[in-house]
Design a protein around this ligand. Structure first.
Ligand code: ACO
Length: 311
């Protein structure tokens, strides 16, 4: 019966076995994974836009090479992730259509603008730092293809985080104007980075199931706290101030306590009304349309080759 199959499945998960594409799995498990992996893939692809904006304006050849490599990595991550989601039976075309029609979600963070060069540093340091915190546990996700994809993704993310922090370090130790730019970027990216971890545990609809299925290993709030604890000392080392008057080290818990996160802002951004949501989707649609000839050429080539083989 289904109950027995589900119990056997849960036993495999509890025993830390990896679930593979052809294994039996509950429909809810499949759906949750497709949802999360597709959202993750879309985030990587949309995430290329805010930084791509600065490639032509990078201040040196070294910075330009690093930024180019990083943005290309993100494109690669997106493609891996679409491939991982496809093993669960949903086609990449369908996922891309859902992104372009506005039906699919992607990370709230990529709907904020990159106003100055310091934003490239802040994104690497904070956004990629938050991404690593969230993704290292996903290397142990119960679903094999996702967990394996995450291993390489995390290695690359770690380079992204370091190049961002090193950029911030250069600015923070530069002229007063450069230091001010770094502080301004931190001011604008701090709170949105904390929102990347998702709603507070009490409002996280999927966490319960996802934790039982070992898709998620830590709750949204636990990962957010880990990130705060790791990042506050890094800001201090830079000589920058975290934009939170309520930030305080809690001697009892050994953690940094923060002020209230503006969850209304988060909900607005997720609902499509952040500063750059419309621009991002417009750019992705244009890229998709402008790339139509590549897809058509690839199909024509595949058909020619098939015909040649058949002859
Ligand atoms: N931005 C946009 N939507 C979000 C965000 C966010 N930062 N956080 C949560 N949500 C959405 C969820 O997708 C879910 O929506 P849905 O039901 O329509 O799918 C809803 O808010 C409720 O949240 P949760 O129940 O907490 O959702 P979930 O258990 O999936 O946890 C999380 C959210 C932590 C983001 C999880 O999906 C995850 O770990 N994803 C993989 C990592 C990822 O996507 N990272 C992207 C940014 S990093 C990068 O790309 C560089």
């Amino acid at each position: 019966t289904d109950d027995e199959r589900e119990a056997r499945f849960q036993q495999r998960v509890d025993d830390e076995e990896r679930i593979e594409p052809n294994d039996w799995m509950p429909e809810g498990y499949r759906k949750t994974l497709v949802r999360q992996i597709a959202q993750h893939a879309h985030s990587e692809i949309v995430g290329m836009l805010p930084e791509g904006n600065w490639i032509t304006r990078a201040p040196s050849l070294r910075r330009k090479a690093a930024l180019l490599a990083k943005v290309q990595d993100e494109g690669g991550h997106g493609l891996y992730l679409y491939a991982a989601a496809e093993t669960l039976g949903k086609s990449r075309e369908e996922m891309v259509d859902e992104l372009l029609s506005g039906k699919a979600k992607y990370s709230s963070i990529f709907n904020y603008p990159t106003l100055t060069w310091a934003d490239i540093g802040a994104i690497g340091w904070l956004v990629d730092g938050a991404a690593i915190m969230n993704q290292i546990p996903l290397c142990r996700c119960s679903y094999g293809p996702y967990s394996r994809a995450m291993i390489r993704v995390c290695k690359e993310e770690s380079f992204h985080q370091r190049q961002g922090y090193e950029l911030m370090l250069s600015l923070a130790n530069g002229t007063p104007e450069q230091k001010e730019m770094a502080q301004d970027a931190l001011n604008r990216w701090w709170w949105p980075s904390l929102m990347m971890f998702g709603p507070p545990d009490g409002d996280s609809v999927h966490s319960g199931k996802s934790m039982a299925w070992k898709i998620k290993r830590f709750s949204n709030d636990d990962l957010r706290q880990k990130f705060i604890d790791a990042t506050v000392p890094q800001a201090h080392y830079l000589g920058l101030e975290i934009p939170d008057p309520d930030l305080k080290f809690n001697e009892e818990t050994g953690h940094w306590d923060i002020g209230e996160i503006d969850w209304t802002e988060f909900q607005n951004v997720v609902a499509g009304n952040g500063p750059c949501n419309r621009q991002r989707i417009k750019q992705r649609r244009a890229a998709h349309e402008n790339g139509a000839w590549v897809r058509e050429a690839a199909v024509a080539f595949a058909e020619k080759r098939r015909a040649r083989k058949a002859a």
